[in-house]
Design a protein around this ligand. Structure first.
Ligand SMILES: *[C@@H]1O[C@H](CO)[C@@H](O)[C@H](O)[C@H]1NC(C)=O
Ligand SMILES: *[C@@H]1O[C@H](CO)[C@@H](O)[C@H](O)[C@H]1NC(C)=O
Ligand SMILES: *[C@@H]1O[C@H](CO)[C@@H](O)[C@H](O)[C@H]1NC(C)=O
Length: 382
């Protein structure tokens, strides 16, 4: 009897310590990672947004030990195992927020094109060049373009702290980063996407259109605005999802592939139609529909396919836009310069550009003396 009471006492003590530990974790986060805008003490809205994100950190998402019971689990690659253990986790503490990026939810309709760029903490140079080229925040053709980089964390210990400090410094200068405390890996890109959409619903629900893309693409955002303005029957309040359309494909079952999806993650042999993740355009309406659909679809670690799944569930389809070249541009001959600005003047987006080429190309396509052959005005077609 006494033994049992002693055990109960010990158990209570241990629980107490655990609670204290969790509280410490919570307080550490508040003091170390307080978003810059909030530290400087601004509006009610910001305070509110911070509070919301810290509520999530209170119940840190636990590893699902039952995942190890799935048939064939032990023979899966490490990254896939890790994915299955944490597949259910959708909420992570926000380290950096921008609640006023769109002027608050009510004014967010004034944002015509929101550039949402996936960027890992180490990609500092890519962010720098985008800030002064296609992702520059500006008024174009009478409408506003705004920019947001979305990021997780990288590394552990000192390295993680150092990269977080880098992002904080960038945030102080540019106010263009949303960061959550999850590890910024390839398999977590879908999570990043969902966290962004959740943020959008809260802080920027009426943005007209979004470009969702990678930090290594060349995007002709001037052309994008002009294309979107040409959609006479859609001001962002109707469905639009367009880019490099991929159809009639399914999961890659060979474990060596970067895109390997074993049957333990998805049994079906086919994917719904989707647009290549390098960059696609969508309306604010469609972004919110995707977010709502995502609530009841298990995470698939390939973010662009997952977008297609959410669209399919809503009964919506992605369409192809011939100006989006996520598989690269076709240059007719080796004798021609692949970086001739005339090829890039009329496209919407081209995948894989080194920072230096990005900088140079953005300037060359804006050169008032640039002389090209008859411009192929095909952008308005799909
Ligand atoms: C895994 O399966 C075994 C056998 O069915 C079961 O006893 C155990 O509780 C399961 N483990 C978890 C963590 O679900
Ligand atoms: C944990 O994994 C098992 C096996 O895949 C699954 O049936 C269960 O729904 C998962 N639990 C959560 C909370 O996701
Ligand atoms: C995703 O991020 C969480 C939180 O940092 C981490 O525990 C998990 O391992 C990551 N998942 C993958 C598949 O990298």
């Amino acid at each position: 009897m006494r033994n049992i009471r002693a055990k109960t006492f010990l158990l209570a003590g241990a629980l107490g310590l655990l609670v204290l530990h969790l509280c410490k974790d919570f307080i550490d986060h508040k003091t170390i990672h307080l978003p810059i805008d909030v530290r400087e003490g601004h509006s009610q809205l910001q305070q509110h947004a911070t509070k919301t994100s810290y509520t999530f950190s209170w119940t840190r998402c636990q590893q699902n030990m039952s995942a190890a019971n799935i048939t064939g689990f032990s023979s899966l690659p490490g990254g896939i195992k890790d994915f299955l253990y944490y597949r259910h986790c959708r909420h992570f503490p926000m380290l950096m927020d921008l609640p006023d990026k769109c002027g608050g939810p009510d004014k967010s309709a004034e944002v015509f094109l929101l550039l949402v760029i996936k960027s890992s903490p180490v990609n500092y140079e890519r962010r720098e060049v985008l800030r002064k080229t296609w992702a520059k925040e500006r008024l174009h053709n009478g409408v506003w373009i705004r920019r947001i980089f979305i990021s997780g964390t990288m590394g552990t210990g000192f390295e993680k702290e150092r990269l977080n400090k880098l992002l904080e410094l960038e945030q102080q200068e540019y106010s263009d980063i949303l960061q959550w405390d999850f590890s910024d890996t390839f398999y977590n890109l879908t999570l990043k996407q969902i966290l962004f959409l959740e943020w959008m619903e809260r802080n920027c629900p009426n943005a007209r259109f979004l470009l969702n893309g990678d930090d290594d693409v060349f995007a002709n955002t001037d052309n994008m605005v002009e294309y979107l303005q040409s959609l006479k029957d859609n001001d962002g309040s109707k469905h639009l999802f367009t880019g490099h359309l991929i159809q009639n494909v399914g999961p890659i079952r060979s474990s060596g592939s970067k895109y390997f999806i074993p049957v333990q993650i998805q049994e079906s042999e086919s994917y719904p139609p989707y647009c290549g993740g390098g960059g696609f355009l969508l309306s604010g309406y469609t972004a919110l529909v995707i977010y709502h659909m995502s609530q009841s679809i298990a995470i698939l670690p390939i973010d662009d396919v997952y977008m297609g799944m959410c669209l399919a569930k809503a009964g919506l389809a992605p369409v192809s836009h011939m100006g989006v070249k996520t598989a690269g541009l076709h240059i007719p001959s080796n004798a021609l310069d692949g970086y001739d600005p005339c090829y890039y003047k009329d496209v919407l987006l081209v995948h894989r550009f080194l920072s230096a080429n990005m900088y140079l190309m953005w300037h060359r396509i804006h050169d008032p003396n640039l002389k090209c052959g008859p411009s192929k005005k095909r952008l308005k077609e799909h």
